[in-house]
Design a protein around this ligand. Structure first.
Ligand code: ATP
Length: 357
């Protein structure tokens, strides 16, 4: 598709498989919202063919443009944007009604969706009597009420205050993760992308500069933007009592970000700045101590990033882990590629998130 907005041109080709979650990342002004708006039918593209599950939604060659409310595309934006004069239930029932479903059926569906997002008891309230987090839950219910073939999420947590965001995030993560809902998610938060997305697409200046499976893009970023967001250490495995267990049986001690049942797929995330580097195995406190072989030293502004390879004495998943240390510490350690080192991370620095199956 090609969409123009003022002097800006978005020119992309994107495919999302049924049931897939694709995260769209990119700097401010790269065209992420324009992409979602074009798919939702809010912006008229200059030149585009958009199909969804065998239906053509837009084809500029033939002049076809299915109106937004008939696309079966759910859009959730930063702001809830509810109708102020309608109750939560009527707001949610609005979409199905527009799509031609009966009044009773639409209201019933609305009640169910509101219960699913945990606010069934607030169905009769107007938006002015809802908190920001509650309003955003109504907006989630509304986006799902049209039984969308495609769900578009445009930074759905960005406008929520720090108290409301975690609960809404957890509701939405669960819905996206567990229902097989085909979803395109715009986010600035790499953890959301890691936890939710099968694939990442990186936009810059209106074009796709990088695309691929989430883990691959983050492990081997090619664009500057992906490299910047990829600056996190990730270990995948399954949730266990005190953190995460990797496929070959190591435990990474950490703190669960939300309730996860033991054995559920999970990912442990920590910043390279939380990794301490030692020549010899450190005694005592840190719960996570890991032998690695130093692969590379990468200058990263104020710090030096020590990139690990797996050590013959350690787990294979250490390959690619990063530790950020000061140049002074590098000099003190006197390390060079090929050296055997120890990475240590406190359990309190490791966040364990549920992961998509
Ligand atoms: N109504 C408009 N008229 C003219 N230009 C616009 C309009 N809306 C957006 N633009 C331009 O289109 C470009 C893409 O904007 P868009 O909102 O899609 O970016 P984005 O990647 O979603 O950014 P952000 O991360 O800041 O939300 C920007 O350069 C912006 O200035």
């Amino acid at each position: 598709m090609t969409t123009r907005r003022g002097g800006f041109t978005l020119d992309v080709e994107i495919e999302v498989a049924p049931g897939e979650v694709v995260a769209v990342l990119g700097p401010n002004g790269s065209g992420k919202s324009t992409l979602l708006g074009t798919l939702a039918g809010l912006y008229i593209p200059k030149d585009a063919r958009i199909t969804l599950g065998g239906r053509t939604l837009t084809d500029t060659a033939t002049g076809l443009a299915v109106p937004a409310h008939r696309r079966r595309v759910g859009l959730l934006s930063q702001q809830a944007l509810l109708f102020p004069h309608l109750t939560a239930r009527d707001n949610v029932a609005f979409g199905p009604r527009c799509a031609g479903r009966g009044r009773r059926e639409s209201l019933e569906a609305a009640g169910e969706r509101l219960a699913e997002v945990g606010i069934g008891e607030l169905a009769d309230r107007r938006p002015s009597a809802l908190s920001g987090g509650q309003a955003q839950r109504v907006a989630i219910a509304r986006a799902l009420a049209v039984e969308p073939d495609l769900l578009l999420l445009d930074e759905p947590f960005a406008a929520l205050d720090v108290d409301a965001a975690p609960a809404v995030r957890s509701v939405l993560r669960r819905l996206v993760r567990d229902t097989g809902q085909t979803t395109l998610l715009v986010t600035h938060d790499v953890v959301d992308a890691v936890v939710l997305a099968d694939r990442l697409v990186v936009l810059a200046e209106g074009r796709v500069v990088e695309a691929g499976p989430t883990a691959e893009v983050l492990a081997r970023p090619r664009s500057a933007f992906a490299a910047r967001i990829a600056g996190l250490d990730l270990v995948t495995g399954t949730a266990s009592g005190d953190g995460l267990t990797t496929p070959e049986g190591t435990t990474v001690h950490g703190i669960a970000s939300e309730k996860i049942a033991g054995g559920e797929p999970a990912v442990a995330v920590f910043p390279p700045s939380a990794v301490a580097v030692h020549r010899h195995r450190p005694d005592g406190s840190p719960r996570n101590v890991l032998p690695v072989r130093l692969a590379a030293l990468e200058p990263q502004g104020e710090v030096v990033r020590l990139r690990a390879a797996a050590s013959p004495d350690g787990p294979p998943w250490a390959d690619g882990l990063a530790a950020d240390v000061t140049p002074a510490a590098v000099a003190e350690l006197g390390v060079e590629p090929g050296d055997d080192l120890w990475f240590a991370v406190k359990a309190t620095e490791v966040a364990v998130h549920p992961r998509r199956r």
